[in-house]
Design a protein around this ligand. Structure first.
Ligand code: HEC
Length: 188
């Protein structure tokens, strides 16, 4: 009798563990509308690097919803803990067909056009094509502006342990985000 309940208990525990892994494997969080956050206003000429990185971290964990999918190891999206170095590896892959030439550009490209290069094993198939489950950060629900996008990149450079080379006012030539292009035309 005792042995039977032990076997039953072991099988039950195994079942629970298996169900948990199945859940983690199949669960892809959905973006849900959140109340529009208060827009932070900066004088970008005055903002320090520390403030810029901290702003990026707030966007990453808050408005940008990045943590929803990028949870570190084991999530349904790649870990971004060392994305700067991962980016350099991606660029060296023969399968890489995007336009980025540097790690920073790769990170920007991943945010602006996630579909241009889909990390192996993380795509989903739609009508026979592999597409990225990640929405553009400029799209509907997340809707980051160029300053917020650069701040996220600054935060990802810092968390990768490299120099923060992206600046609040930097417009990357040939890599401009839609809104930047308009600012460019008007500004100069
Ligand atoms: C709905 C889930 C989801 C959200 C939200 C999301 N991502 Fe992603 N992201 C993914 C998936 C899945 C991939 C891998 C597929 C691909 O390459 O597009 C990915 C890929 C990336 C990559 C390339 C990673 C690599 O290893 O090459 C970067 C950089 C990135 N995301 C940044 C972000 C940032 C920054 C945010 C927030 C502004 C964000 N993501 C929000 C799901 C998400």
């Amino acid at each position: 009798m005792k042995r039977r309940s032990l076997i039953f208990f072991s099988l039950f525990s195994l079942g629970v563990v298996a169900l948990y892994f199945l859940f983690v494997e199949l669960y892809m969080p959905e973006l849900r509308p959140v109340p529009p956050p208060k827009e932070e206003v900066f004088d970008i000429a005055l903002i320090s690097e520390e403030e810029f990185v901290a702003f990026g971290e707030r966007i990453f964990t808050g408005k940008g919803s990045c943590r929803l999918c990028h949870k570190g190891l084991g999530g349904r999206a790649p870990s971004l803990d060392e994305i700067f170095f991962v980016a350099e590896d991606r660029l060296a892959e023969t399968a890489y067909k995007g336009r980025a030439r540097t790690a920073t550009e790769y990170i920007l490209e991943s945010m602006l056009e996630p579909g241009l290069y889909v990390v192996e094993g993380y795509g989903k198939t739609e009508q026979g094509r592999v597409v990225s489950p990640m929405p553009r950060v400029t799209s509907g629900l997340v809707n980051l502006n160029p300053l917020e996008i650069r701040a996220v990149v600054a935060y990802l450079q810092r968390s990768s342990g490299v120099e923060v080379s992206i600046k609040p006012s930097l417009v990357m030539p040939g890599f401009a985000m839609e809104k930047d292009r308009d600012e460019d035309r008007g500004g100069k």
